[in-house]
Design a protein. Structure first.
Length: 72
């Protein structure tokens, strides 16, 4: 089947909330944890590197949340 790609829609995404808790609406960016996203804590540094917005919270640890995908 290959790899799935989506843009302008939502998809499930592996996230790491150990850097900062993830709340609904938080912008997500790449994480040092391979294959995971994390909360973008510095908007200036994450400009152009935001992959989408979290549609569900994750207080800590690693998990999967729905993300509204849209490069920002």
């Amino acid at each position: 089947m290959g790899r799935m790609v989506t843009l302008g829609s939502w998809a499930y995404c592996k996230v790491d909330a150990d850097v900062a808790p993830i709340e609904v609406g938080d912008p997500l960016t790449t994480s040092p944890t391979r294959g995971h996203a994390q909360k973008a804590t510095d908007r200036a540094r994450s400009r152009g590197a935001v992959i989408g917005k979290a549609m569900a919270p994750l207080a800590s640890g690693r998990g999967v949340v729905p993300v509204l995908v849209g490069l920002q």
